[in-house]
Design a protein around this ligand. Structure first.
Ligand code: SAH
Ligand code: SF4
Ligand code: F3S
Length: 477
């Protein structure tokens, strides 16, 4: 079916479910596991569900529909899902509820087999390629009272025009591409998200313009490999319409930078191997693009990087960092690191510590290598014992924490531009927001400031957040 027809068809199903629900108050509960792309998918699910007449609840027990949007990038995500399913079983014994599970983990056959065998009370299973068909699956379940399984293994398509219910009123995630073609040897994502494909420039620009008109200040561009935006299309000679001069990631950044009302642009994740000079130049020259760049390292040793299929060496990574720091004023970097990849020796692990020492990252997201069924890493014979992996993790964590404490000091007595996001989770008398470099800042202030950019003077540092105060700009006489 043509993509736009498919969405029209789903709109009709949304109407039908809404009719079934007329004059009834129904609630849904959604739990999202995984990355920001999954969260963005959940916002689309919420958009569809609310259009069908359901209201969101934070209380699982109050809901008529419970949805889990799953992740499978590491093992603990699976443990979490099965734990949650145990809880739901008890609720379902007492009350009629619909349980729907979707997302990346549903693209793994050994998982869906396990759910069907041991958790047969689940009503709807859907994958990453069939999210847009949730209204149809729900309608069929309600009408025919038969369980629905809608999972397909395809390269993947891009559906435009789904309703969306966003979590925040000021920051918006905008997916610019789906899937991944990199096949890093530890990673499951390419198998569960399909092949790399980019959204059309026009669709992205229209979405961002619409967000700007609705008061959004910060845009986070999402993709597994954002700096190869439109690359596959160009390589395969797939026609795409250029729009406002956009034919690459660099030109996309420049076009978004021009959109009035948007004050900040972030993006995750770029891949070091695709960090071309035009992207560096675009970051340097676009005022709204944050000067914090997430640059996943994964490992610091060239042999391990080769085994990981990352396509760069330690030296190339360090050279890239040097070039970026030279070209982009006030650049800071964050990164992802995996410890204990199969075959990694203690000596090789020291190269990771060495890179961390040299680059001095603003933030490091650290992971213990986790075997994923179907990936080359899982088939490698030389797996590292758990104990060693944990020891390495702790060594890295110590180094990173020392560096962060040291690095935090540079903020004291500086003025930072902060987008005020809301009240603090721990104290609703305090406001919270983030700096350009993605540091959390907590400060006292009027709730009217929420959603605005403020100059905040930093007064103290507390490892994971900074304390600040609103800096009143003196009025001109
Ligand atoms: N496409 C993004 C990130 C995808 S997953 C990128 O390339 O940066 C997010 C992070 O999870 C990865 O950067 C990696 O550090 C980590 N990760 C992925 N697979 C993993 C595995 N099998 N074990 C441990 N960490 C993993
Ligand atoms: Fe996974 Fe590598 Fe693709 Fe990132 S680039 S999603 S780590 S395969
Ligand atoms: Fe997880 Fe899927 Fe994201 S596996 S990290 S939710 S792409």
């Amino acid at each position: 079916m043509e993509l736009s027809k498919e969405i029209k068809e789903q709109n009709r199903y949304m109407e039908k479910v809404k009719e079934l629900n007329q004059n009834k108050t129904k609630h849904y509960y959604i739990l999202t596991m995984g990355c920001q792309q999954n969260e963005n998918d959940s916002e689309k699910l919420c958009g569809m569900i609310e259009q069908m007449g359901y209201t969101k609840t934070e209380d699982q027990k109050q809901a008529e529909i419970v949805i889990f949007n799953t992740c499978c990038v590491r093992e603990n995500a699976e443990e979490r899902l099965f734990g949650k399913l145990g809880e739901l079983k008890k609720i379902k014994e007492e009350k009629e509820i619909i349980i729907a599970i979707g997302g990346c983990m549903m693209q793994e056959k050994h998982i869906t087999d396990k759910i069907k065998a041991s958790y047969s009370f689940v009503d709807i299973l859907f994958g990453t390629h069939t999210l847009h068909k949730f209204p149809e699956n729900l309608y069929k379940l309600l009408e025919k009272k038969t369980k629905q399984e809608d999972i397909i293994d395809i390269e993947g398509k891009i559906y435009e025009g789904l309703p969306i219910k966003r979590e925040s009123k000021y920051q918006a995630s905008v997916t610019i591409m789906n899937g991944c073609n990199n096949f890093c040897s530890y990673c499951i994502v390419p198998y569960v998200r399909g092949r790399e494909r980019s959204r059309k420039p026009k669709d992205i620009i229209e979405e961002v313009k619409d967000l700007a008109q609705n008061g959004y200040k910060e845009i986070i561009l999402l993709g597994q490999n954002v700096n190869s935006y439109l690359r596959v299309e160009k390589e395969k000679n797939i026609q795409f319409e250029e729009y406002e001069g956009i034919n690459s990631f660099a030109t996309l950044l420049k076009a978004i930078n021009k959109i009035e009302g948007i004050e900040r642009i972030r993006f995750i994740s770029p891949h070091p191997k695709d960090f071309t000079d035009d992207v560096i130049e675009a970051i340097a020259s676009c005022k709204k693009v944050c000067k914090l760049v997430h640059l996943p390292l994964q490992a610091g040793n060239s042999k391990v990087l080769k085994e990981m299929n990352r396509k760069y060496t330690k030296e190339q990574y360090l050279k890239l960092v040097e070039k970026m720091k030279k070209s982009i004023q006030n650049l800071t970097l964050s990164t992802d690191i995996i410890v204990g990849f199969p075959g990694e020796t203690e000596e090789e692990f020291k190269d990771t510590l060495d890179v961390v020492n040299k680059v001095k990252f603003e933030q490091v997201y650290m992971f213990i290598y986790s075997r994923r069924v179907g990936t080359p890493g899982d088939r490698m014979k030389n797996q590292i014992p758990e104990k060693e992996k944990h020891e390495r993790f702790n060594k890295l964590k110590n180094l990173v924490e020392n560096q962060i404490a040291e690095n935090n000091k540079k903020y004291i007595n500086t003025i930072q531009k902060v987008l005020v996001e809301g009240t603090s989770k721990n104290n609703d008398k305090m406001l919270t927001g983030r700096t350009d470099s993605n540091k959390v800042v907590v400060f006292e202030g009027n709730k009217k400031l929420i959603g605005t950019m403020q100059n905040i003077e930093i007064i103290s540092e507390h490892m994971w957040f900074l304390r600040g105060q609103v800096k009143n700009v003196p009025q001109k006489m």
